[in-house]
Design a protein around this ligand. Structure first.
Ligand SMILES: [Fe+2]
Ligand SMILES: [Fe+2]
Length: 187
């Protein structure tokens, strides 16, 4: 589907704040692609679709994943909101007819990250964290600057802050997030 058509559809499916966030991620991802000489079209599509499954109720997410035979990890069973990433990649492919596997992969790993993430994966992960409507995370000014200079440094800072935040509030840490942290801090 064309980007404008997808945008129209998402405006109906997402709540107002999520749609605003989505547009913020899309344009931030595009700007990061420009800064780092990456493919802007891929960044636009992945940014636009990254949260396309976010507004589905959590119990329904589980039902849908089972229906589409999407494997559910232990961490996802405990925190079903995580499933919006995998389910989003599924919808991007089957509902929005995206055939580019790199776009689908960036959507799939946007919540936890993944060791060995490629440039597009990082663009979306970072754009999701820094888009202009975000205002809660610590170090946002620093990370926004880093993001346009060095993607790996921005990833490191985001992953450290995310792990600290989860540890502090006693939240569930997805093993993939911990592995991604190790990957960026040891490479
Ligand atoms: Fe998300
Ligand atoms: Fe998001």
């Amino acid at each position: 589907m064309k980007r404008k058509e997808i945008e129209k559809q998402l405006k109906k499916e997402l709540d107002k704040d999520r749609f605003t966030h989505t547009m913020g991620v899309m344009y931030t991802a595009a700007a990061l692609a420009m800064a780092h000489g990456a493919d802007m079209e891929q960044a636009l599509y992945a940014g636009l679709l990254h949260d396309c499954a976010k507004c589905i109720p959590n119990d329904e997410k589980i039902v849908l994943c089972k229906k589409y035979q999407i494997p559910i990890s232990e961490a996802e069973e405990k925190s079903p909101f995580l499933l919006h990433a995998k389910l989003g990649a599924y919808y991007a492919e089957h509902k929005y007819a995206i055939q580019d596997n790199e776009i689908l992969h960036a959507i799939k790993v946007h919540t936890t990250g993944e060791p060995g993430m490629n440039t597009l994966d990082k663009l979306i992960y970072i754009a999701d964290y820094i888009e202009p409507n975000r205002d809660q995370a610590p170090n946002l000014t620093l990370i926004r600057k880093l993001a346009f200079e060095n993607l790996d440094e921005a990833m490191k800072q985001i992953l450290s802050d995310t792990l600290h935040y989860l540890q502090e509030k006693g939240g569930e840490i997805d093993p993939l997030t911990a592995q991604t942290y190790e990957y960026f801090h040891n490479n």
